[in-house]
Design a protein around this ligand. Structure first.
Ligand SMILES: *Cc1c(COP(=O)(O)O)cnc(C)c1O
Length: 226
């Protein structure tokens, strides 16, 4: 079942779009089933759970942290996390950088953009993100590397609204790339090139609006038990 879903989704993704299999709340056995189907990138949103799974599971898994990350917990995942999707404050980026330097790494990160109607979603508004990039202090945070933008659309059936929100994120990504990152020499390993949007219910729309990483959980693993 999990295997078939992985194959179905990955074979439907266009070139340049990668699947982050969101395994939060699902057991190690479920992850191994996806692993055996060839999946190597997994997304988690709780530090303790990620720690446990990282220790138990194969070392060639790329672990992405996709949820809201508390500053005081960065240190636990800093040695191994492959991408932190949801950097939502300057303070969090500073802490990621500090921990990255401590472990001799530049930890890949995405800025979370708040584009949804819901009050509860975290992230920078486009105006705040612009001000932050323009201010430039992030350039000194060399233990973290900004590789792109992440967002979540409003949880709604209105496909046009979802499309509009992803498009806001895409336009911001293009603007930020051309304004703040085009001066840097881009290499294979350090491009500002990632657009993380789209979940089980809206990932086809996300792909139409520039997603390079889709974060899909329940469609692969079934409903989560909270
Ligand atoms: C849980 C979660 C997902 C996956 O959601 P599904 O609807 O199960 O695909 C994606 N992104 C984030 C940030 C999440 O917390």
């Amino acid at each position: 079942m999990i295997k078939e879903e992985i194959h179905k989704i990955t074979s439907s993704l266009p070139d340049g779009v990668r699947l982050v299999a969101v395994s939060k709340y699902h057991p190690e056995e479920a992850i191994m089933e996806a692993y055996e189907a060839g999946q190597r990138v997994f997304g988690e949103s709780h530090v303790q759970e990620l720690q446990r799974k990282h220790e138990a599971l194969p070392k060639d898994i790329e672990w992405h942290f996709i949820g809201h990350l508390q500053t005081n917990k960065v240190k636990y995942i800093a040695p191994y996390v492959s991408l932190i999707h949801a950097v939502d404050t300057p303070k969090l980026l500073a802490e990621i950088s500090k921990q990255g330097l401590k472990f001799g790494r530049r930890i890949p990160c995405l800025l979370q953009l708040h584009v949804a109607q819901e009050e509860t979603k975290f992230g920078f508004t486009p105006e705040e993100a612009e001000a932050f990039l323009q201010q430039g202090e992030w350039r000194q945070m060399t233990g973290a590397e900004l590789q792109g933008i992440m967002c979540m659309a409003t949880n709604t059936d209105d496909q046009e609204q979802i499309a509009r929100e992803f498009e806001v994120a895409r336009q911001f990504f293009l603007h930020a790339r051309d304004t703040y990152f085009s001066g840097e020499r881009r290499t294979e390993s350090s491009p500002f090139c990632e657009c993380s949007w789209g979940m089980s219910d809206d990932y086809p729309i996300a792909i139409q609006h520039g997603a390079t990483l889709v974060r899909i959980g329940s469609m692969i693993f079934g409903q989560r038990i909270y």
